[in-house]
Each structure stands twice: as structure tokens, then as C-alpha cells.
Design a protein around this ligand. Structure first.
Ligand code: SAM
Length: 226
């Protein structure tokens, strides 16, 4: 796929192959207080592998990203030797699966969580960078594709714009971001009951205006809790 074909933002559901997760919204809402939120925002063991009230309730590899990786490789026409970055990669599940479905692909990740990197998949040891999405430690246009899934909402709006500018800078616009959103007031209420770490969230239109403010020209889609 040529650079030209990726010069305009496109809405596309690249995570459509992920299994739907059943969430206990009431349990999360009841347990949520400032102390729980503060611990979640440390992105440590409690967030990934502690009780569900603090985050994932056990972030373990189970292969669910394999079909997603296949869809990403097909969408961007990724080939062996190309370089892909997953910003907010956590333990590197998608990084691993991208290399599984496209042998020879050079996949890397970046995350702020030392815990996640210290507990990453063996196949990605040495491929995950400790750092912040706000300042990606890579030259301009150094990746053929940049992904950022369920991570940009962790910043207040001005800093989320900076994150999007960084993704644009290192990808040249061949990128895909998925962010927390909602299409109805009911979905917004469910989201607000569930969310722990988000600093910014909005309806799709609000996100699209944020993307435009950042000069982002890549693709995007929404995580909507129902
Ligand atoms: C909801 S998890 C998403 C993980 C993975 N992308 C996924 O979809 O399963 C959010 C991730 O963002 C990471 N994160 C939070 N703040 C960050 C920052 N400033 N820079 C990079 N990663 C960050 C967290 O450590 C966590 O791994």
C-alpha cells in the first residue's frame, strides 16, 4: 500500500477479531475510589495482575491478538524486514503475534510500565522500550507502521495531542490508534463507571477533532463498552 493511500484518516475496526469481554460494571463502580485509581495509574503489578478492581485482573497471553495481528499485517501490507512499533505495548502480546503471523517483520514496543516489560513474553525480550508515548525515542519516519491501542486516553487532552503528534512523526502517517469512546449517553455512563486511568475521553467527533489538531493522518477506531 502506498504512502499516498494513507494520507487521509480512515475509520477502520482492526480489532474486530478480538473476543467480546463480559465486564462486571457494577462491581468496578462500587470498588472505585481515589486510592484504587491512584494504584491503577502506577501501571504496576496491581494494574495488570492484581484484583479486577485495579485493572486487568490478570493480563496473560492467550493468543487472542493473533487474528488481530493478521488483520493489521494485511491492512498495512506489512512485509518481512519492515519495522512496526506498538506504543503502550504492555507485556508485548501484539508485538509477539505480529512476528508470528509475519515472520521476518521487525516489531517493537514501548510502554511506561517497568512491571509489564519485566514480565513480557520471552519472544519479545529486547524488543520493548521503557518510555513515554509523549516523547518517543525514535527518529522521524523510523517505522513503517505505528500502532497505539487503548493508551491515548491516559493523557489529558493537550498531552494526548502531543502523543498523536509523536505517533505521526515516527510513522509518517502509516498508523492505527484505538481509543476509548461511546456513541450514546448510556454508553458514556457505562464507560465512566468502568474507567480507571482515563484522563480524556469523548464521542468519536471529539476524538477526530483531537486527531486533526495533532495533524494525525493515520487510521483509528473506538473501544466502546456495552
Ligand atoms: C489499557 S492498557 C493497553 C495495553 C495494550 N495496548 C492492549 O490494548 O491490551 C494501557 C497501556 O498504556 C500504558 N501506558 C500508560 N501511560 C503510558 C505512557 N505515558 N507511555 C506509554 N505507555 C503508557 C500502560 O502501562 C498500559 O500498558
Amino acid at each position: 500500500m502506498s504512502q499516498l493511500e494513507h494520507s487521509i484518516m480512515n475509520e477502520i475496526d482492526l480489532l474486530r477479531a478480538l473476543p467480546r469481554v463480559k465486564r462486571n460494571i457494577q462491581m468496578r463502580k462500587d470498588a472505585k475510589d481515589p486510592a484504587v485509581v491512584a494504584i491503577s495509574k502506577q501501571y504496576g503489578e496491581m494494574y495488570f495482575d492484581g484484583p479486577r478492581e485495579y485493572g486487568y485482573g490478570g493480563y496473560r497471553y492467550d493468543g487472542r491478538w493473533v487474528p488481530v495481528a493478521r488483520d493489521i499485517v494485511a491492512h498495512f501490507g506489512l512485509q518481512p524486514g519492515m519495522r512496526v512499533l506498538d506504543v503502550g505495548c504492555a507485556k508485548g502480546f501484539l508485538v509477539k503475534d505480529l512476528m508470528t503471523v509475519c515472520p521476518g517483520l521487525e516489531a517493537f514496543g514501548l510502554d511506561i510500565s517497568l512491571y509489564a516489560l519485566m514480565n513480557c513474553e520471552r519472544d519479545v525480550v529486547g524488543r520493548l522500550h521503557l518510555g513515554s508515548a509523549e516523547r518517543l525515542p525514535f527518529p522521524d519516519s523510523s517505522f513503517d507502521c505505528v500502532l497505539c491501542l487503548n493508551t491515548v486516553h491516559n493523557f489529558p487532552r493537550p498531552r494526548a495531542i502531543k502523543v498523536m503528534q509523536e505517533i505521526q512523526r515516527v510513522s509518517g502517517g502509516r498508523a492505527f490508534v484505538q481509543v476509548d469512546s461511546y456513541r450514546t449517553p448510556e454508553q458514556k455512563e457505562i464507560f465512566e463507571s468502568w474507567v480507571l486511568t482515563a484522563e480524556f475521553h469523548d464521542y468519536p467527533d471529539g476524538w477526530i477533532s483531537l486527531f486533526s489538531a495533532a495533524g494525525y493522518t493515520g487510521d483509528y477506531f473506538w473501544t466502546i463498552i456495552e
